[in-house]
Write a protein that binds this ligand. Structure first.
Ligand SMILES: Nc1ncnc2c1ncn2[C@@H]1O[C@H](COP(=O)(O)OP(=O)(O)O)[C@@H](O)[C@H]1O
Ligand SMILES: O=C(CO)[C@@H](O)[C@H](O)COP(=O)(O)O
Length: 481
């Protein structure tokens, strides 16, 4: 037996690049065991993963946790948002999942917006303006491009739903992740039958939306996981909503997450509806809202620029004048799905380190442009920006965010905030507490605060100018896609 003070809970982050599992003492928040296993994502114009490998990675990460996982009383899965998982009548994937950063459904996004009431209609009805990331556009793409796969589909799931269902045998989701599909009406908090009919998706194929605090099921007997049969399974949620739980967010506390995706978000009591589409009006995993903006190009794009330059990712040098828009995967914020990377202002005396700094600046600029939009109007502008995700460990990321935001930047020492948030949700199931209150009790935001420095307005204006002047090039894309 472990020496924990309280019952043990398991929190899982099944994100784009890997699965991370934590076994946590529900009384103290202490991490007593952890595990990690990588995923594979297809390259080129496709961004797809086999959901069965997510399950294998979950098994591997939990095995690394040893006996502690077996002792856990509850488990919760946080997962990358929006991915389209299509299952056949045996519950097996019909094809690999189409991930949030696969931009092939951009034409379907445009068409759905135009054909069904325009951007304002969509924003007010679902909180979202269709973009290639959202599940509804992926289903429309599948129906158009692979009709046999669409016909063979007997269940549609999101990544966290798929894993939760393999634990419990029950098709469930939660309001946080459902709100990123495009077929969930945020006003009524129910599946939107008109939108589903438009994309010819039978609502019977969708999972039941479990309420916050409700038990999704229990771990069933026949599986290859080191979890005991009968372990309680919490609703789970999307990874950003899980991190919001993990930070115990209250309205007015802004977050920037630097991972495969870059995101900025805050909790709000008001249901968001941004017809510009910059802010997605997600629900959180409690009963509030999670306005969020997301970029497709963050740590992987900057690491790629460092590799091309033959530099360590920290080998930045300050510079002026050179601008690098790191839109290697197309981009979502700004909405330029066909864009590629763009360099402007190169001179004889530009150094490799300055080019690398320009890539960081370009990635952070896209996110900061949306920061004020995700915060309520009365939010304190001097509140520290909470910096999380793998990139938050990097000095160059920290300093770039500090210089371009002009805010204090707080870096929680807790590393895996998505998995911790899932663990807090599982703990809440046992104690009846609000999961965000559990995380506050665990003091998960504790960590160094970098003081605010004067915002580098010149760099922000220069980058915005290049984005605007290069619009025709960025919209057109390249013929190598
Ligand atoms: N010490 C570090 N400094 C800067 N970046 C880092 C560091 N450690 C990890 N990363 C970046 O973090 C990324 C992974 O972040 P993570 O939040 O785990 O991604 P995801 O949740 O999307 O799978 C990697 O792409 C890597 O570039
Ligand atoms: O699409 C979004 C948010 O809308 C992404 O944030 C995904 O949820 C993937 O997250 P990471 O794997 O990068 O954490």
């Amino acid at each position: 037996m472990s020496a924990a003070e309280g019952p043990l809970v398991v929190g899982v982050d099944s994100s784009t690049q890997s699965t991370k599992a934590l076994v946590v003492d529900a009384a103290t928040g202490q991490v007593v065991a952890s595990g990690h296993a990588p995923h594979t994502v297809s390259s080129g114009s496709r961004r797809e993963s086999d959901p069965r490998r997510w399950w294998d990675a979950l098994c591997e990460a939990l095995r690394q946790c040893g006996d502690a996982a077996h002792e856990a009383a509850a488990v919760s899965i946080g997962g990358q948002q929006h991915g389209l998982v299509t299952l056949d009548d045996r519950g097996e994937p019909v094809r690999p999942a189409l991930l949030w950063n696969d931009v092939r459904s951009a034409p379907q996004a445009r068409r759905l917006t135009e054909e069904l009431g325009g951007a304002k209609f969509w924003a007010e009805r679902t909180g979202l303006v269709p973009a290639a990331s959202f599940t509804v556009t992926k289903w429309a793409w599948l129906a158009e491009n692979e009709p046999e796969a669409a016909r063979a589909t007997k269940a549609v799931r999101l990544p966290h739903d798929y894993l939760t269902e393999r634990l419990t045998g029950l098709g469930t989701t939660d309001r946080g992740d459902a709100s990123g599909t495009g077929w969930w009406a945020s006003g009524t908090e129910a599946y939107d039958e008109e939108i589903l009919a438009r994309v010819e998706l039978d609502p019977a194929l969708l999972p039941r939306v479990v309420r916050p605090g409700e038990v999704a099921g229990t771990v069933r007997g026949r599986h290859d996981l080191p979890l005991a049969e009968g372990t309680l399974v919490a609703p789970g949620t999307g990874d950003n909503a899980a991190a919001a739980l993990g930070l115990g967010l209250r309205p007015g506390m802004p977050v920037m997450s630097l991972g495969t995706s870059g995101t900025v978000y805050a909790v709000s009591r008001h249901r968001p509806a941004d017809p510009s589409g910059t802010v997605a009006g997600f629900a959180d995993a409690r009963g509030d809202w999670l306005p969020l903006a997301c970029t497709l190009n963050c740590t992987l794009a900057v690491d790629r620029v460092a590799a091309l330059l033959g530099l360590d990712r920290e080998a930045v040098e300050p510079g002026t004048g050179v601008t690098l828009l790191p839109y290697l995967d197309g981009e979502r914020t700004p909405n330029l799905p066909h864009a590629s990377g763009l360099l402007h202002g190169l001179r004889h005396d530009t150094t490799a380190g300055q080019l690398l700094q320009a890539a960081y600046d370009g990635a952070v600029h896209s996110l900061l442009g949306a920061l004020d939009l995700v915060l309520d109007e009365d939010a304190d502008p001097s509140a520290p920006l909470l910096l999380i995700g793998g990139g938050a460990r990097g000095r160059a990321w920290q300093e770039t965010v500090r210089r371009l935001s002009g805010r204090p930047v707080q870096i929680p020492e807790a590393r895996e905030l998505v998995a911790l948030g899932a663990a807090a949700q599982a703990a809440g199931l046992l104690t009846g507490e609000d999961p965000a209150a559990v995380a506050r009790r665990w003091n998960t935001t504790a960590g160094p605060v970098l003081d605010a420095v004067e915002r580098d307005e010149a760099a922000l204006a220069r980058i915005a100018g290049v984005v605007s002047d290069a619009a025709p090039l960025l919209e057109r894309g390249t013929d190598t896609q």
